[in-house]
Design a protein around this ligand. Sequence first.
Ligand SMILES: CC(C)(COP(=O)(O)OP(=O)(O)OC[C@H]1O[C@@H](n2cnc3c(N)ncnc32)[C@H](O)[C@@H]1OP(=O)(O)O)[C@@H](O)C(=O)NCCC(=O)NCCS
Length: 182
Amino acid sequence: MTNAPFPQLSTSRLGLRRFRESDAEAFARYRSDPAVARYQSWEAPYPLEEASRFVSAMATQPADVPGEWLQIAVTLEDALIGDCAFVAQAHEPRTAEIGFTIAPEHQGRGYAGEAVTSLLGYLFDQLGKHRVTASCGPRNAPSVKVLESVGMRREGHLVESTWAKGEWTDDLIFAVLGREVS
Ligand SMILES: CC(C)(COP(=O)(O)OP(=O)(O)OC[C@H]1O[C@@H](n2cnc3c(N)ncnc32)[C@H](O)[C@@H]1OP(=O)(O)O)[C@@H](O)C(=O)NCCC(=O)NCCS
């Protein structure tokens, strides 16, 4: 565990930075879209009060604490357009899992792949992770495309492995090693 502060990252178009309290409204808005929440752990609508509590917690949450997710703001000209997240695995902190979301009005422009590529660079180059994984449902076609486009390998298909929103759902497992992208 490094307990490191999260640095500001940038891509050609985007910034990745810590959440601020002023992000709460935009965060609640896109999390409240049923299409965005469809394959995710939260329910839409996502209340503003919950968004405020969440972004405040993420503003000071230390990075790279095993078992604790850090959600990171993805910004365009410093305005929140989505987020990505990572957690160092509690059983093996040199491995991490990631997740990502882009607000509907900003989807389809390749922003997710750009943000995830930057996050992978941070995890491998700055935190020295060995392996990064992601999971998503096979029906989540845009997410599968993003994971393939950033060079993550599809390693498995778990059948009815997660109870989500009233049904058993499958999980696709994607992974990449540091030496494969550096
Ligand atoms: C997954 C998500 C982050 C992708 O964000 P994005 O910025 O739109 O991603 P991109 O612009 O890079 O598009 C990804 C690919 O999906 C494709 N795509 C978009 N909508 C699609 C759809 N309904 N069906 C099939 N493919 C689709 C795009 O054409 C693109 O493919 P391409 O690279 O071959 O052109 C966004 O859809 C989202 O936030 N979804 C809800 C949250 C979520 O499910 N997150 C993933 C958790 S694992």
